[in-house]
Design a protein around this ligand. Structure first.
Ligand code: KG4
Ligand code: ZN
Length: 347
């Protein structure tokens, strides 16, 4: 580790999907500002994120959002020790806006540039509100594009135990929400309407992936929901949106909890964290809290604002990269399918 002085203040930038975000973070854990300009209303018109619109909106907003993050923190660029930016995975055109903006800031102000993996950002969101959390711990990452079960062995060091074989958990929430007429974004809507429904009313499958204890598969569950809706239509019977939502949600939660607790038990670790947009799901949080308590495991979770895409989490992950001496050159590029544990040189 480098001798880095007492405080490291990082300007962090995130534009991998449909939020234009910038934050100022001190020593990876203290958030001075966390500005998020969401494009959700715009994409709702089309039922999902339209990549071309996302890129264009990021270009319009990025300078304003970075300036606002600095202003809210009461800092100028000259107070920053580094600029950290998400460079993958995500939508290539969207990522490029953040990467280009961060390069420009780095070049103009002479501060180092640090490329951050988006999923590492999600995991690192846990450090912000849990000042005592340190690796090693088990982490379930469930977002719109990813479902991973990992052991965080050290800062920036991961062992991937399992991943989804098909749809990500959030993607399944979004597709099922669309099918039952809830619209976009599906996750929060299913979460809400499920509270009115009976989670035991429809027996949707809990998929097992034959050769892996930890991998997930959600496309079969999604098909089972679509088949159920079709059969209701054929019989001319109405379906209950709340019951379908609650039963689907329960099927996802059961599988996520079972695999997570299996990972916790076989790792012998007593710390478990969740991350990503789906980690804000209330049924999942409640089930995991209970399962961890039964096993004497401490359960860590970011608040909902830090579960979904934001730049504070990129500042947290960027800090630990900075401490390790990671510095990127101006050849840093957007890598839309960047894998966890992969760095730019191995892409
Ligand atoms: O992490 P995130 O903001 O973006 C990605 O990196 O993908 O995750 C977005 C995903 C969407 O699929 C959204 O429907 C889902 O997270 N999500 C939820 C909830 N809030 C957001 N899923 C279930 N329950 C929620 N409360
Ligand atoms: Zn994300």
């Amino acid at each position: 580790m480098e001798n880095i002085g007492e405080t490291v203040t990082i300007l962090a930038v995130e534009t991998s999907c449909d939020e234009t975000a910038a934050a100022v973070v001190v020593n990876g854990r203290e958030v001075l500002s966390n500005v998020i300009s969401s494009q959700i209303d715009l994409h709702t018109l089309y039922g999902g994120v339209v990549p071309e619109i996302a890129s264009r909106k990021h270009i319009e907003k990025i300078n304003q959002v970075m300036a606002e993050a600095l202003a809210q923190a009461g800092k100028g660029l000259s107070d920053m020790d580094a600029v950290a930016v998400t460079y993958g995975p995500g939508l290539v055109g969207a990522l490029l806006v953040g990467v280009s903006a961060a390069k420009a800031v780095s070049f103009a102000s002479g501060i180092p540039l640090i490329g951050v993996h988006h999923i590492e950002g999600h995991i690192s969101a846990n450090y912000i509100e849990n000042r005592d959390l340190e690796p090693p711990f088990v982490c379930l990452v469930v977002s719109g594009g990813h479902s991973h079960l990992v052991v965080v062995k050290d800062y920036g060091e991961y062992e991937i135990l399992g991943r989804t074989r098909d749809d990500a958990a959030g993607e399944a929430f979004d597709k099922v929400a669309r099918a039952i007429g809830l619209g976009y974004p599906g996750g929060p809507k299913i979460d809400k309407v499920s509270r009115e429904g009976n989670p035991e009313s429809i027996a949707f499958p809990r998929a097992k992936v034959g050769d892996s204890d930890y991998d997930f598969s959600f496309s079969g569950l999604k098909s089972a929901v679509l088949n159920y809706l079709n059969s209701c239509e054929m019989k001319g019977e109405p379906f209950s949106q709340a019951d379908v939502a609650a039963s689907f949600q329960k099927a996802v939660v059961d599988v996520l909890v079972e695999h997570s607790m299996h990972a916790v038990e076989s790792s012998g670790l007593k710390k478990f964290a969740i991350a990503g947009g789906v980690a804000s799901n209330s049924a999942l949080r409640e089930a995991l809290a209970g399962a961890c308590e039964e096993r004497g495991v401490t359960f860590y979770h970011p608040s909902p604002l830090l579960c979904t895409d934001n730049a504070a989490m990129i500042g947290a992950a960027g800090y630990y990269e900075y401490v390790k001496g990671v510095r990127h050159g101006y050849d840093l590029n957007a890598v839309p399918n960047l894998k966890l544990g992969q760095d730019m040189k191995s892409c």
